[in-house]
Design a protein around this ligand. Structure first.
Ligand code: ATP
Length: 315
């Protein structure tokens, strides 16, 4: 059996339209399926927790139709890492689809999920904000400048408007300009395994499970799906005009050539700031003063990925 968790408001209603069309398709009619429509923020996580508690012995996969926020909730609701998960992009950003190799039309993705026998292993990252319990991020977690851009864009009225026009990236460009002239670099201490870096002029620190964020920007082009190691990108000591130029190159991934950009790899990162800083996790924002980040040691099987075809060809 397949269980669909559908966010009907993802992508301004795209999630629901995709599910409606898919549910009438031949392939959907041929499988045993149950579906849930989410009704409020946090609902996908609750549904997944309940599924995990139940005894769906024949459960082949949970299939998420929505955006990154919905798959973030589902991954955090999973109690049993043996449950396979898949994703049919229905949101506005859909970076998880890009990063895990899930591409094509909804029907072709469902076909791949049904025909895929093993899937690919995917390691989420874990983050522990001081004083709260551990959670997982599916795409990335970032502190400082990019998080403030995400916070500004999420609160804006123009984000919805641009999303309807499929120009979601433009909302980040406007938010970037708004944040740029007010932003004050942050003072942070990074503990990367046994190594410590103190920074007084830090613009941002981002950790990612794969290259993409913000609807297709290649923030850490070299990030790959792997166990154990976290790629960490740090930007420090840069002028406002230069960071503007840097962000223009993020879509191509050439920003890593700037001398103000440093890439690290670590099993564990602890970030401690002098005062509260803004962070974004899979696009949702909040503030914190310290955070511990590690890689989840239990992989989740992701079905319907184009990468599983490549894996089976190389093995
Ligand atoms: N029925 C609902 N009404 C309002 N919000 C909902 C409902 N169901 C789920 N949500 C919330 O909608 C938010 C946005 O969903 P999601 O991130 O999947 O779509 P998106 O923002 O369009 O895509 P992306 O994150 O890829 O840009 C999620 O945080 C989720 O908690």
């Amino acid at each position: 059996m397949y269980i669909f968790i559908v966010n009907p408001v993802a992508g301004n209603g795209r999630g629901y339209k995709i599910f409606k069309k898919l549910s009438k398709s031949m392939i959907y009619q041929q499988i045993i399926a149950e579906y849930y429509l989410t009704e409020y923020p946090g609902h996908a996580e609750e549904i997944t927790k309940n599924i995990s508690k139940g005894s769906h012995v024949e459960l082949k996969a949970i299939i998420v139709i929505g955006g990154d926020g919905t798959i973030h909730e589902v991954m955090n609701g999973l109690k049993n890492t043996n449950t396979a998960v898949s994703f049919i992009p229905g949101g506005s950003g859909n970076d998880f689809g890009r990063g895990s190799g899930i591409t094509g039309s909804p029907i072709s993705i469902l076909k791949k999920i049904v025909e895929d026998t093993s899937g690919i292993p995917y390691w989420n990252g874990d983050y522990n904000i001081s004083g709260s319990s551990k959670r997982s991020f599916i795409n990335s977690i970032g502190f400082g400048f990019d998080a403030e851009i995400a916070a500004k864009a999420n609160l804006s009225t123009y984000k919805k408007f641009f999303n309807v026009l499929h120009l979601g990236k433009l909302s980040y460009v406007i938010a970037l300009i708004q944040v740029l002239f007010k932003f004050k670099p942050i003072q942070v201490e990074l503990h990367l395994d046994g190594h410590t870096e103190s920074m007084t002029d830090c613009w941002m620190v981002t950790v990612a499970n794969h290259p993409y964020y913000g609807g297709g920007m290649k923030i850490i082009p070299s990030a790959k799906i792997e166990a154990d190691l976290l790629p960490v990108l740090v930007i420090q000591g840069i002028s406002k005009w230069k960071i503007l130029g840097l962000f223009l190159t993020v879509f191509t991934g050439r920003h890593i050539q700037f001398k103000e950009v440093t890439l690290y790899k670590a099993k564990k990162l602890t970030i401690t700031a002098k005062s509260n800083i803004t962070y974004q996790v899979d696009g949702q924002t909040d503030t914190c003063q310290s955070c511990v980040i590690t890689k989840n040691i239990q992989p989740i099987q992701i079905m319907g990925s184009d990468f599983s075809l490549k894996l089976s060809q190389t093995s």
